[in-house]
Ligand binder design. Structure first.
Ligand code: URA
Length: 458
């Protein structure tokens, strides 16, 4: 006989505490510096996604986190909850490790145009989901947009096909990966809560975890062209990224790298593509760019088990460049994503050239001692190479080329760089701004530059 349970013997189901469900209670806890539980954090992220938390409540919690911080476990919980807010990619059938690199943003940083092809030529698979430029920093998406026909949103099927066939696919983020981050980020942007270590960590890692990686290398920029200008702050972010990614199950290493000068010799979307092509084909390899590429690439190969040690990894990457295998991967990726098939051989045929190009004369003889790199990024933005408002159009032709490195010596009037502009007036403004952004010492004085890789973490 089946017995009907009376109300007395039904198992007692505890009502969730108000602190687990009410936004204002969760905010109050963090406001008072308490540690949030995984359930409370999950509730917040749910609220981001389903609209049950108002913008005021989201902003209040973001500010409380900004002021009070988070424990590592809280940050792991936030990262995982944001990851679960959207689609998660998985690559069960690829015959090699799935790896990626992410930079916190710099000026002239074209590493993301180079490393995916180099690592693919060494046996890795790199599904890189890149973003647009942020503030004065450039974005990989915007650089790739300079290539006519290149499809930044190819759809899941084509993305997978290109990754499988070529070994790398660099595209733009879709709205379906970690969508909770997009809402939170937009509110942080308006409420002075971007600069929070746990919020930056969770925001970056949720999107990277969603890409189904097996190993991640972070390039944490440090210097006057980066979001963090001092080594302790950059180190703290690098440590936070490595530890939280580890807590979320993604093996991660970080390099803190110097951003007190332009990386490479160009800044601007089309111009950086040309420098990347010159690099891959061996026509020109600026030494600091080359060193950073090899250092980041070596960490990727080690994480993927594709090399025994750093030296072997660097040799493997160099061989991929010397043999032309990396250049060939890049060309195949571009063609497979709709770009020109002859970009490598005839870049001039595809990449638009700015109508005005002028040399920037050095205002005195001497050595280049310092560069206000943020100002350099901003002047390229002003030329039309970046966005002053979300969604505004970018001119892929404009920017700087042949930028001198710190320590280089020039005679008065010699070119310290070339400006490429849409018209003469904007070129003249950029010339004056670049001259003002540089400082000089006498040619017989030392002007030491920091090494490009400052520290390795993880
Ligand atoms: N980049 C991101 O993706 N998120 C941040 O919070 C900061 C930089």
């Amino acid at each position: 006989m089946t017995s009907r349970r009376s109300w007395q013997d039904r198992p007692h189901r505890a009502r969730p505490a108000a602190t687990d469900v009410l936004a204002q209670e969760i905010i109050r806890l963090k406001r008072d510096g308490r540690t949030l539980s995984a359930a409370q954090i999950e509730r917040f992220v749910q609220g981001l996604g389903d609209g049950s938390w108002s913008e005021a409540q989201i902003a209040a919690l973001a500010m409380a986190v900004c002021l009070r911080g988070m424990q590592r476990d809280e940050c792991v919980a936030l990262t995982m909850a944001m990851l679960r807010s959207g689609r998660m990619l998985a690559w069960p059938e690829l015959p090699g490790p799935v790896l990626d690199k992410h930079s916190t943003g710099g000026v002239g940083d074209k590493v993301s145009l180079l490393l995916p092809a180099m690592v693919a030529a060494c046996g890795g698979f790199v599904p890189m989901i890149s973003g647009p430029g942020l503030g004065h920093t450039g974005g990989t998406c915007d650089k790739l947009s300079a290539i006519p026909g290149y499809e930044l949103r190819p759809g899941a099927e084509r993305f997978t096909q290109v990754l499988r066939q070529v070994g790398c696919a660099v595209t733009a983020a879709g709205a379906d990966l970690a969508p909770a981050d997009a809402r939170l980020y937009a509110i942080r942007d308006q409420t002075a809560t971007v600069e929070s270590l746990p919020l930056i960590t969770a925001s970056i890692l949720a999107k990277k975890l969603a890409a189904g990686l097996q190993g991640l290398v972070m390039d944490v920029k440090c210097g006057n062209g980066a979001f963090f200008d001092n080594p302790p702050a950059a180190r703290e972010l690098a440590q936070s990224l490595v530890e939280v990614a580890g807590g979320a199950g993604l093996p991660t290493r970080a390099l803190v790298s110097d951003m007190n000068q332009v990386l490479g010799r160009t800044v601007g979307n089309g111009l950086e593509v040309i420098e990347a092509l010159d690099y891959l084909t061996g026509r020109a390899r600026e030494p600091r760019l080359h060193e950073l590429n090899l250092a980041l690439g070596a960490e990727m190969l080690l994480l993927g088990g594709l090399a025994f040690d750093r030296e072997a990894a660097r040799l493997k990457l160099q061989a991929a460049l010397d043999s032309g295998a990396a250049a060939e991967r890049f060309a195949r990726m571009v063609a497979a994503l709709g770009g020109p098939a002859d970009l490598l051989e005839r870049p001039q045929a595809s990449l638009a050239v700015a109508p005005v190009s002028v040399a920037v004369p050095a205002p005195r003889s001497g050595r280049l001692a310092a560069m206000n790199t943020r100002e350099v990024g901003l002047l390229v933005l002003e030329l039309g190479g970046g966005r002053s408002r979300a969604g505004s159009a970018i001119d892929p032709r404009v920017g700087l080329s042949q930028v001198l490195s710190l320590g280089a010596s020039v005679a008065h009037g010699e070119a310290l760089a070339w400006v490429h502009a849409a018209d003469r007036a904007s070129a003249d403004r950029a010339v004056a701004r670049l001259q003002a952004a540089c400082s000089w010492v006498d040619a017989d004085k030392l002007a030491p530059a920091d090494p490009v890789v400052i520290e390795r973490i993880g």
